[in-house]
Structure formats: structure tokens, C-alpha cells
Design a protein around this ligand. Structure first.
Ligand code: THU
Length: 128
């Protein structure tokens, strides 16, 4: 069975702008209502300004007024599959630690829960 969220993330990965690392990443975020938001990594000649695929997807969703997510997929071409970097974990955590994240690599798919990837998280509740 083909998984349309994974296909969408692969399509986003094909649009990655990664001329420096050549490490192409695609992300797909499925909103609570089923809408899908995509992101790819966007590198920059000033390397530190690189934007990861996951954060690009979060920005696309929030820009469309969507902040509730039920599933995330991150695709890369490595094995084991890449998990979101620390910065992306923190940005995703802003919108819920229950999020299941599937890492799809060249061979395997692994699934994590964001709360396991970012234990003892700092979040919005600390500021209330
Ligand atoms: N990258 C992502 O897009 N997401 C991650 O979670 C890890 C890293 C990108 C950033 C950079 O363009 C390339 O992968 C290598 O670090």
C-alpha cells in the first residue's frame, strides 16, 4: 500500500535546496483535519542560515493558520533514517509532544514519539 503522506514528503525532498551538504530532506505534517503541509531543507551560502525541512513544514502550516498536527514524516536517503535535529524537535514541541514522527530512510522506517525524542521539554506551559 502506498502511503500518501510519505509520497508527499518524498516529493518535497525532491525540491530540497542542498547544494552544500547534498543531504536532501523532505517533511510532511498532517494536520488534525487531514490537510498536509510540506517542507524541504533550504541551505544558504552563509551555512548557518540553513532551514531544516521540518521547520519549513511547521512554518508553512502556521502561515496557513494551522497548529494542530496528528502525524509527521521526515524522509532522507540514509539508513538508519534521520530523526529531526534538536532545533526541529523544539519547534515541533511547541505544538504538542504527542506527535508521532516517522523517519523514512533508504531502507527502513522508524517511528518515534516527539516526547521520547525531546524528554523533559521546555514548552509554552512554562511561560504561563
Ligand atoms: N536537515 C534537515 O532538514 N532536518 C533535520 O532534522 C536534520 C538536518 C538538513 C539541514 C542541512 O541542509 C542538511 O540536512 C545537513 O545537515
Amino acid at each position: 500500500m502506498t502511503d500518501s503522506l510519505i509520497t508527499a514528503a518524498r516529493n518535497a525532498q525532491a525540491r530540497a535546496y542542498a547544494p552544500y551538504s547534498k543531504f536532501r530532506v523532505g517533511a510532511a505534517l498532517e494536520a488534525a483535519d487531514g490537510t498536509v503541509f510540506l517542507g524541504c531543507n533550504v541551505e544558504n551560502a552563509s551555512y548557518g542560515l540553513t532551514i531544516c525541512a521540518e521547520r519549513a513544514a511547521v512554518c508553512a502550516a502556521v502561515s496557513a493558520g494551522v497548529k494542530r498536527f496528528r502525524r509527521a514524516v521526515v524522509v532522507s536517503d540514509v539508513d538508519p533514517p534521520a530523526a529531526p535535529c534538536g532545533a526541529c524537535r523544539q519547534v515541533l514541541a511547541e505544538f504538542g509532544l504527542d506527535l508521532p514522527i516517522e523517519g523514512v530512510g533508504s531502507k527502513r522506517t522508524l517511528t518515534w514519539r516527539l516526547s521520547d525524542l525531546l524528554p523533559v521539554a521546555f514548552g509554552p506551559e512554562q511561560l504561563r
